[in-house]
Design a protein around this ligand. Structure first.
Ligand SMILES: [Zn+2]
Length: 567
């Protein structure tokens, strides 16, 4: 592919449709990406400030990298939106979005690309570059090109789309007094000054100073607030901190702690954090889930057995209490213990001695006990299922861990940490989530709490595909959250009083060019919605803004209608 008439940009109606002004909730969307309208005057002020503070070179790096990141995000859109178009038309999404986003007017003058071999050469004329305008206004005519962010965008976009590092350079620039800007893009290795050029794009060259600083700040934080970094707990919300702050005074003593809260809130992590904060941190932390062990085995598990204590006890065995010697024993689901085991446990707590099953001697033990339950123990006590004396022994220092829906502010940091963790565990790149996806995570009620979030994030990481951002639909396939690239009038995230105007002209053009009919269009829309909802008709109906019976009727009706057409 090369010059001239073949380089006419296709209609951008498909892209315009993706822009949605959600006025009443103060958001603008470009498909699943949240956008903002920024004054060029504000960007100019930022540019001037940065140049004065960190110098021209470093500012150029910042702007190049910001542009690069925007270009990379838009490349993902190109793949989604024009997957079936020709290579040039798919590529054209970048230049066209660059225009729609108000950055610059782009005219392609040369385009050769072969993603299979990595061959690429692209030349474009740029008019009305906002960057050149702003830079010239602030600093006058320059000796070297100044469209840093724009060049970053083109490079990020093309590199992501071609799967190969492509770098652009300005041959002419309005900032240097030329009538317009001209850019050339080719694979990084084909530039003679590749090394120098690449330094503007590489994250490390620009961020190394910041990263060094960050590392230093983190180590300082570790020194000043060692407790928060020694634990694996993540959270900064008020509700979380309330519970977290109670750990510290308890950690300094040997008091028995009772952790309460719904299933999945992270009681074991809290218990471990308490252990890590205490003077016992270097000693064993032993956890046992009382609900997971059969009642007839729980006593031998907890207190150990002496050889010959019962048929089959061929050797002596330490129980969990003895294994946690000088450390911490975490008894999860303590409400599930039988009354007999409760009586034995009470004796251990009162006397500080353990008696193995079948033993004739007691062993003195030094163990800090942390118990946890999701039951209402006071009720269990009233019902006679839990011993009152044991309850008062363990309920000395209760800590209530809030459910995830009461600490929504922690959902994002938790998700980010889990994405990192599971990506490295499953050897995958850390996936990027769309703003819709985050919105969905924040609004969901999380009946299974942190554990449910963990399961969902792990599944999402496993199913993630490279270069494809994770959307709300990918996370909750059955809940009918609208996905980023199809915002419907009935979607939870759109604005009811300003319904989206569908670009009918573009749609009609498309119908005309591909020779389709209105019936086929409707059928395709219905199918797409059903697929996107993973076959769940109720969710698909929500996406389409119709009722489930309406959807089934239409699907039925279309099928028979089509069958008739073929007769
Ligand atoms: Zn320029």
């Amino acid at each position: 592919m090369s010059k001239d008439s073949t380089l006419a940009l296709p209609s951008d109606a498909d892209l315009r449709r993706l822009i949605h002004f959600s006025v009443s909730d103060g958001r603008i969307w470009l498909a699943g990406q949240r956008m903002v309208l920024v004054h060029t005057a504000a960007l100019a002020a930022l540019r001037v400030e940065l140049i004065r503070n960190v110098g021209l070179e470093q500012t150029r790096r910042y702007f190049t990298r910001v542009g690069f990141s925007a270009g990379t995000s838009d490349a993902a859109l190109a793949r989604q939106i024009r997957s079936k178009a020709s290579l040039f038309d798919m590529f054209a999404v970048g230049p066209q979005l660059h225009m729609l986003e108000g950055s610059v007017q782009v005219t392609p003058t040369h385009f050769e690309a072969d993603p299979a071999t990595g061959h690429y050469r692209g030349e474009f004329r740029w008019d009305n570059s906002w960057e050149a305008e702003v830079h010239k206004r602030e600093f006058g005519i320059q000796h070297s090109p100044v469209c840093w962010m724009l060049v970053g965008y083109a490079s990020g976009y093309t590199s992501a789309l071609m799967g190969h590092s492509i770098i652009y350079k300005e041959k002419h620039c309005m900032g240097c007094g030329d009538a317009h800007c001209d850019i050339i893009g080719k694979p990084q290795e084909q530039w003679s000054d590749a090394k120098e050029l690449a330094s503007y794009f590489r994250e490390e060259s620009m961020l190394s100073t910041l990263q060094d600083l960050q590392a230093r700040v983190e180590s300082l934080q570790l020194e000043t607030s060692p407790e928060i970094n020694r634990t694996q707990l993540i959270g900064r919300s008020e509700q979380f901190m309330e519970a977290y702050k109670l750990l510290h005074p308890a950690a300094e003593t040997n008091v028995t702690v009772l952790l309460t809260g719904e299933t999945g809130v992270g009681k074991e992590l809290f218990a471990r954090a308490l252990h890590d904060l205490s003077l016992r941190a270097k000693k064993p932390f032993v956890a046992i889930n009382c609900a997971a062990i059969p009642q007839d085995l729980i006593e031998s598990e907890l207190f150990g057995t002496e050889k010959g204590a019962y048929t089959g006890a061929f050797t002596s065995r330490k129980g969990r209490f003895e294994r946690a010697e000088n450390g911490t024993l975490f008894l999860d689901e303590i409400g599930e213990l039988s009354l007999q085991a409760q009586a034995k446990l009470l004796r251990v707590i009162q006397d500080g001695v353990v008696e193995r099953l079948g033993a004739t001697i007691n062993r003195k033990i030094d163990v800090r006990l942390v118990a946890a339950t999701n039951q209402d123990l006071e009720q269990a006590m009233k019902d006679g299922r839990f011993r009152a004396d044991l309850f008062y022994r363990i309920n000395v220092y209760p800590i209530m861990i809030p459910p995830l829906r009461k600490r929504r502010g922690d959902i994002e940091p938790l998700t980010a940490a889990m994405l990192k963790h599971f990506s490295s565990m499953h050897n995958k790149p850390v996936p990027v989530l769309t703003d819709y996806a985050y919105q969905a995570l924040r609004t969901y009620d999380w009946p299974g709490n942190v554990r449910e979030l963990q399961n969902i994030v792990e599944r999402t990481v496993i199913l993630s595909k490279p270069n494809r951002p994770i959307d709300a639909q990918d996370i909750f396939p059955t809940l009918g959250f609208p996905s980023g690239d199809r915002i419907t009038t009935k979607g939870q995230l759109t604005n009811n009083d300003a319904p989206i105007s569908i670009d009918c002209r573009g749609l009609l053009d498309q119908l005309n060019t591909c020779g389709g009919s209105l019936n086929e269009l409707e059928q395709n829309l219905l199918q797409e919605a059903v697929e996107r909802a993973g076959g769940n008709l109720s969710a698909a109906a929500r996406i389409l803004g119709i009722t489930r019976p309406q959807l089934s009727y239409r699907l039925q009706h279309k099928r028979t209608g089509r069958a008739r057409d073929h007769e």
